[in-house]
Design a protein around this ligand. Sequence first.
Ligand code: BGC
Length: 547
Amino acid sequence: MSKTHAAYAPSSDASRRILDEIEEQFRLTKEDLTRITAQFLEDFSLGLREYNHPMAMIPTFVTGVPNGSETGTFLALDLGGTNLRVCEVELLGNHEFVLRQQKYKVSDALKTGEATALFDYLADSVDAFLTEYASAVPSSPSSERGNPFASPSLSEEPAVPLGLTFSFPVEQTALNEGKILTWTKGFAAKNAIGNDVVKLLQDAFDRKHLHVKCVALVNDTVGALLSRAYTGGSCILGSIFGTGTNGAYVERVENIKKLGNSPARQKGGYMVVNTEWGAFNNTRTVLPTTPYDNKLDRQSINPRLQAFEKFISGMYLGEILRNILLSLIDAAPKPLLFNGRSSGPLNTHYGLDTAVMSEVEDAWETGRVSSVPVAAVDSAKSKANGVAATESQPSSVPDWQSTHFTDVDSLSPDDKARLARIQGILVQRLALDPADVSLRDAAIVRWAASLVAHRAAQLSSCAVAAVLVQTERAKLGGGFATDEEKICVGVDGSLIQHYPNFNARLRDSLRELVGEEVEAKVEIGLAKDGSGVGAALCALQATKQGH
Ligand code: BGC
């Protein structure tokens, strides 16, 4: 990151110092990133050796990845992203699938109330979905009276198999069994921690007399890995950069030392491990914590937990930006933003959505003439079943800093037009008085947004690099060439899909960490509908095993 030259306001050294200091706090050098990645690797091996570490390295009991020939129709229930989703997934066996889904809102009251109420709501949603939408789920009898699976007279029929994607840390003990370790992402339902999540759900189905059996439990990262392998033929890492962040990768069973002499370990081979990297470095010895991060953490529902996730994910980036903007509004001796005036959304905890940051950066990138615009994950290919799969292409990140320091009046009409668009977004989304939002304010907000997002993408690359090194596909510092033609990584989540330049920024620092040769082989592809398809694939594996 280059140092800034022209003063924000020529007369004010104090103003310039404040902005310079913020930029400095968000700067991450190659050495910083290397140190963070090295710590990642240490935490990986600790988590593989022993239970009860924040980087939980959870064995998933998924011992193979699909090849795309799998068939069957399954129900999937997905909790842990922005919405609750119920899907019916038909695996067609030719790398393709058909998915029908319905989204349901989960209120804050449900997220933080009694667990039974939350799981009853999940069961109700499945019931509603089956009544209204499901068609081809196996053994689905026709019925004219609503949900056929609710009928006690059908109890002789085999129950409808359902895969649960539960995107929270769960210590799994089998494909269909696992205790909730902790909540994340704003969930805090009571009397759930320590309980078997499959049982909590099954009990709710049974309370409602639903003829549905939860046969498999899967994390969304595992879902991303499996679905990417299903559609793309191979995949070594499934990762989520969305509301939360996490990754699951394929590990040699012999390396999962904490499995001891269990049958799973004796069997050898490979197993998917859910790293739970959102909890990396909760002690914050290597994470570059700023006062803006500290404020976010202290005011969060889970202080001192999910440290890495709080630097990276969609739930938090807007809040970090809000903290920066408030500090500039309150700056002394004179305000540096919005004439020192705030607004309702800016004064509200989580009042600045990461989507607004994304809009601001998008407005800046759109119409940029000086460099190549980059989509987060690009070149969408439509599949016959209507599901879009995407591939990434390496690209360089356009120059993104320093405009806030230049004299806005001397900018080109093009640049001024882009700032004017940002001005409009700020007035609209943050309910600011237009008279309080100058073009310079727009430039400062964009600059602050890109500081936060750039750091998030750089840190994300550390997690990906750590997996490449852990699986012996790369060496930290580069200089290693795997003979694999490509290294497939499946991703999902709003940041990687929609945040301008997130993917390109991630790749740029991945290149620094593992070298150009390895980075060029990494194919980052969207694991679209990973949660649904992954759960279906796990349900298939479970039914084959007789669950
Ligand atoms: C959870 C993970 C999940 C990730 C992405 C994190 O908060 O702990 O289990 O995979 O979010 O959804």
